[in-house]
Unconditional design. Structure first.
Length: 176
């Protein structure tokens, strides 16, 4: 009986040793000026970190946007108002878009987990539209900007903490 217990313990220990830890899926410290893109897209998480030193990303690419301008801005709770730091990032993004006139982008609106799915989809849409409207006011053609809302469906930080909620209330520019 004791041998059976020891063998089960060792088997469990062996399985636990094989467990992999999930990698960081996004810009835990994204600031809008140096943040990476969400998991599954090229950015600091899977492109820039593995890039050989001294090489630059392809001009007009998502990596170029992330490296030189930043791909995201952040919002206050239940707000679509553009903060001063967000406006500064959007002004840099507009200049970057003017330097790359053939680039079209999508603006993603995101929300934290609080609130209903429907409410957060609508909030994400209003956030994406606020970003689009500001870029248009800065001289970017409306035909180059699509908007999409993911509401609370694509959190960059899945925890239920104030810190995570701040990271998830964001707008992200994605090169099409």
């Amino acid at each position: 009986m004791r041998l059976k217990f020891v063998l089960m313990f060792l088997a469990g220990l062996g399985l636990a040793a094989c467990e992999t830890t999930p990698s960081d899926t996004g810009p835990a410290a994204g600031t809008g000026t140096t943040g990476a893109t969400d998991a599954g897209r090229s950015g600091l998480g899977d492109g820039l970190a593995s890039r050989p030193l001294g090489t630059e990303p392809r001009p007009g690419s998502q990596e170029d946007l992330v490296m030189h301008v930043g791909d995201r801005i952040f919002f206050e709770f239940d707000s679509i108002q553009l903060r001063p730091d967000a406006r500064a990032t959007l002004e840099k993004q507009a200049e970057w878009l003017k330097q790359h006139p053939n680039v079209a982008v999508s603006v993603e609106g995101h929300a934290d987990e609080r609130g209903t799915r429907e409410y957060n989809l609508a909030l994400g849409e209003r956030r994406a539209n606020a970003i689009r409207d500001y870029l248009i006011a800065l001289g970017i053609s409306q035909s180059r900007i699509k908007t999409v809302s993911y509401g609370k469906e694509r959190p960059v930080d899945p925890r239920s903490t104030a810190e995570a909620w701040e990271k998830n209330r964001r707008g992200v520019m994605v090169v099409n």
